[in-house]
Design a protein around this ligand. Structure first.
Ligand code: G6P
Length: 610
């Protein structure tokens, strides 16, 4: 989590860095701070504030700092409460060496004790402060040399940006398992933990790999490993447009991203449907296409919303490609015994491509020599780079912490993958063409679902004060129920549970009374009759029912208290539509309750620590 930005060049580092930092606020918003080198006084200055970046901005009003190099940080607290003293950048005993850190230093306790014995004085509860004292210990006039010496002793994860008053005009950055990239601008360099921070200033980036250290000056940069061996790096191009990181007239990123879904799905599908052959063309899988024909077992690994996408993918792939699929939470997979063989392939799904558990699971799997595939939105991210092959979502940056458009894009990619794998196996041409045709209609169907927004808002007004919600669905819509419940709890802090409707009688129905409403996903599909029975059982216990149904279903109106309609599509594609009303419902409830929709408490967009 945590966001890091660093600027070195000829322009005003403070305004440029703050602009970048604001785009990273979704990574953490417990506190924000900066450190810069003032070219007029030749001294380092720092401002650090608890809370949002706006507090830091206010504190900077009226300052006279003249700075062309500075480091910025927005924090998601791990070690130590969100307070001013724990705010980054952190410094050494003499206030000369300053750094911003994202990650966790696992051996910080031991290092701290040793440094204390050597006379170092600590002021914060953070693990990060330890690194600044370690660098101080090894500093002999050359900052990168001292950073390297210090990092050799550090165990854990870090994205790091360091500067020193005693070796000014330099920013040293390093990475181990926490993302960091260098934007190459016009006579300037911007380092950041996420590409969104550099959007609008440059599209040229270098992604640092683990164990690499880069030294940036206003005119130059060089990258080495921890043994000071020079590293030659490719310059890559980011294809996101700056306007994609703006709210575009919507009050919140989340609403913008929900409404963006007809476009984002169009982008995900672009050039990938091959109607004549009833299959999908996924360029990122070309190299492994033949290998995929021999795969007999698939494992999908992901966290959060991406995990629920994986569960839906399981239904799609098993039903249409006939390959057994196992879906694991990355945090569980990494600690369990895996049964993988040469006929297995592992699919990692991650919007950010930087989720710590997903990345750790990927690295674990790679040691077994199994084919790894990524479904990733962030181009050049760690998962994208470390998997053997993969598919990009091409859905543009997702800024709201609660994932919406990335989820529907993940489902779309999984449907495309199902087409590809299915056509390599048992799926007929006619079946493939049917799925292609239906997929190409999905953006229009989403536009129709979005027309329900006002209706959903009214329903949200009616239900906003309930303290608990149950979400139920079957088959493809069971994970949708779980994702719908996750959306509500994430942003409105209302307790919500997603359950398989078939499991109701094994427990959840005990919760039902007039104060415990249920969202029932009862679309006209192979399990519709079963869902009807569930609704009747809930109504028989005075439970309120909000039903999600297929357009034209009049019967449901007689059973449910409130109904939201979505267009009819293939059962396997229904989740791409059925999740949207649940996203909107969660959004409106959260807004009505006055919650900070885009930045819910205690959460961060990119979970880069375990
Ligand atoms: C966090 C985010 C979720 C996301 C999950 C996995 O919890 O808030 O929106 O689904 O991480 O992230 P990833 O980037 O790996 O998809």
């Amino acid at each position: 989590m945590c966001g890091i930005v660093g600027y070195i060049g000829k322009q005003d580092a403070i305004s440029i860095g703050l602009e970048g930092l604001k785009r990273l606020e979704y990574r953490g918003y417990d506190s924000a701070g900066l450190v810069g080198f003032d070219s007029s006084t030749k001294k380092i200055f720092s401002v650090r504030k608890k809370g949002r970046i706006s507090n830091l901005e206010n504190a900077l009003k009226g300052n006279n700092f003249q700075s062309n190099s500075a480091i910025f940080h927005t924090r998601w607290a791990t070690h130590g409460a969100p307070s001013e003293k724990n705010t980054h950048p952190h410094h050494d005993c003499k206030n000369k060496i300053w750094l911003a850190h994202n990650g966790i230093i696992e051996n910080y306790g031991l290092l701290k004790e040793k440094l204390k014995e050597e006379g170092h004085k600590f002021y914060s509860e953070t693990d990060s402060e330890v690194i600044s004292h370690l660098i101080e210990k090894y500093f002999k006039g050359n900052l990168e040399q001292a950073v390297i010496e210090a990092l050799k002793l550090v165990k854990g994860t870090y994205g790091l940006a360091v500067m020193s008053e005693n070796d000014p005009q330099k920013i040293v950055v390093a990475r181990n398992s926490s993302p960091l990239l260098i934007g190459l601008g016009d006579n300037e360099f911007i380092v950041a933990s996420d590409p969104s921070a550099i959007m609008g200033r440059t599209k040229q980036v270098i992604y640092l790999d683990d164990g690499e250290v880069a030294t940036l000056t206003p005119t130059n940069f060089y990258i080495t490993d921890l043994n000071r061996n020079h590293k030659e790096k490719d310059i890559e191009e980011i294809d996101w447009k700056p306007e994609e990181a703006q709210k575009g007239g919507f009050p919140h990123f989340m609403l913008k991203e929900i409404f963006d879904q007809p476009n984002s799905i169009t982008d995900t599908l672009r050039g990938r449907l091959v109607l004549e052959e009833g299959t999908a063309k996924l360029g990122g899988l070309d190299e492994v296409r033949e290998k995929l024909k021999d795969i007999e077992r698939l494992h999908i690994i992901a966290c959060g919303t991406a995990f629920f996408a994986g569960l839906i993918g399981e239904y799609m792939i098993e039903e249409y490609a006939g390959i057994p699929v196992e879906v694991d939470l990355a945090s569980e997979f990494r600690y369990k015994k895996h049964i993988l063989d040469k006929k297995s392939a592992v699919i990692l799904i991650s919007q950010s491509g930087e989720t710590a558990d997903t990345l750790a699971a990927l690295r674990e799997v790679k040691q077994k020599g199994v084919l790894t595939l990524g479904i990733v939105n962030t181009v050049g991210s760690s998962v994208a780079r470390e998997t053997d092959a993969g598919v990009y979502n091409h859905t543009g940056p997702e800024m709201a912490v609660a994932s919406t458009k990335a989820f529907t894009s993940q489902l779309t990619v999984l449907a495309l993958l199902t087409l590809l794998l299915g056509r390599q196996r048992q799926m007929s041409l006619v079946q493939g063409q049917r799925i292609c045709k239906e997929l190409s209609q999905i953006p229009d169907f989403i536009t129709q679902v979005l027309k329900e927004n006002e209706n959903i808002k009214k329903i949200a007004e009616k239900y906003k004060d309930y303290k608990n919600f149950l979400y139920i669905g079957r088959k493809y819509n069971f994970p949708v129920a779980q994702e719908g419940a996750l959306k509500l709890k994430e942003i409105s802090y209302i307790h919500a549970e997603g359950s398989s409707a078939g499991e109701m009688k094994h427990g959840p129905i005990a919760l039902i009374d007039e104060n415990f409403p249920t969202f029932c996903i009862a679309t006209s599909d192979s399990v519709y009759e079963k869902m009807q029975s569930n609704i009747m059982e809930i109504k028989a216990r005075s439970g309120k029912v909000i039903a999600l149904a297929t357009k034209g279903d009049k019967r449901i109106k007689e059973m449910a208290d409130d109904v939201i309609y979505i267009p009819k599509t293939l059962e396997m594609l229904t989740p791409i539509l059925s999740i949207i009303p649940l996203q909107l419902f969660a959004y409106h409830v959260a807004v009505l309750k006055g919650c900070d929709v885009d930045k819910p408490r205690n959460l961060a967009k990119s979970v880069t620590v375990e």
